[in-house]
Ligand binder design. Sequence first.
Ligand SMILES: Cc1cc2nc3c(=O)[nH]c(=O)nc-3n(C[C@H](O)[C@H](O)[C@H](O)COP(=O)(O)O)c2cc1C
Length: 324
Amino acid sequence: MVARHKKTNLLRRCYEKGCSLLGIIPRGRRGAFDVISRPSKDIPYFISANPKVNPYDKIPKSILKAHMRLISHFLTRKLEKYYFKGIEIKEDIQDYLQVKERLDFLKEQKVNMEVEPDLKGLLEINKLYEKFVSQKEIEIYPPDKPFNKDEIELFDRIIKTRRSVRCWKNEPVSREIIESIIESAIWAPSTGNMQSVRYIVIDDEKVKQQILVGGIKGAPIIVSVAVDIRVYPSASTGNKNQDAAAAIQNFLLKTHILGLGAVWISGKTVNSNEIRRLLNFHEYIENIAFVYLGWPANRPITPPRSNIKEVLCYNKYSEDIKIY
Ligand SMILES: Cc1cc2nc3c(=O)[nH]c(=O)nc-3n(C[C@H](O)[C@H](O)[C@H](O)COP(=O)(O)O)c2cc1C
């Protein structure tokens, strides 16, 4: 195992040479790699890519950022293990370097870190990891205070009074309001924080009229909730349906507290060829659902919910759930 301070030196030396570090290989396995240095006897060789050939050039920025968020997600998990649970973790700077390389690349592309909040966040996570590898303490914050009784009651009221609204007034909904709803949807959890969900807001009457999914007409706004499947590095990394569902739930709750009414529309035809053509979906964009929304024309009848005893088991599933 290489001492932390030596790893930091390794990092520094690599960047001083203006190279992108691809990884560290043990002595004797240099083979075809472009080995540039072995800093000292007890540090393995490190390898470098030619800095002129940038592999990130061809990757769309949104995908590059999704991958950085995934790597940062793993870095954060490691830091949590080490600082909050006291678990010794395998020191590995490769993930850190992968994020750093991409951040440097985006900086070179003149991406404004101040304007892109996720890049700023990624930079902060990387700085924390840098502190860790250089054996500096990081600040640990106490958990948030629980919400008070009134806030909890409000939360329950919001959840319980949200309804699927299927009739709307013929009144416009501003794009500003729609954007505030999507801001809330963005804060939903997603696998590896990859945030694959994309929102296509349809407020053009001609386009809306061609969306005949769910047999519901008259929505002032239709939102396609789609995913960019390129963000998932493999079929087993990520779950597009669950990512989209979490976002839709946030979306519906925000819609509700703004006094708007929305309904989640799913079904076989949401991602039909006709819909895909109409909305100009590329092959890697998949429509998961539509949300129809507008100012509600009525307050829908409340569909009843189950008694908790009908749905809850402890420790293992039991068929002994009481049916009333
Ligand atoms: C995954 C999913 C798909 C749905 N698809 C439709 C749909 O295609 N058409 C529709 O009218 N409602 C749809 N709904 C809304 C449900 O019918 C509704 O949530 C349920 O009846 C409970 O009513 P509430 O939302 O008012 O509590 C869907 C809900 C979910 C979660």
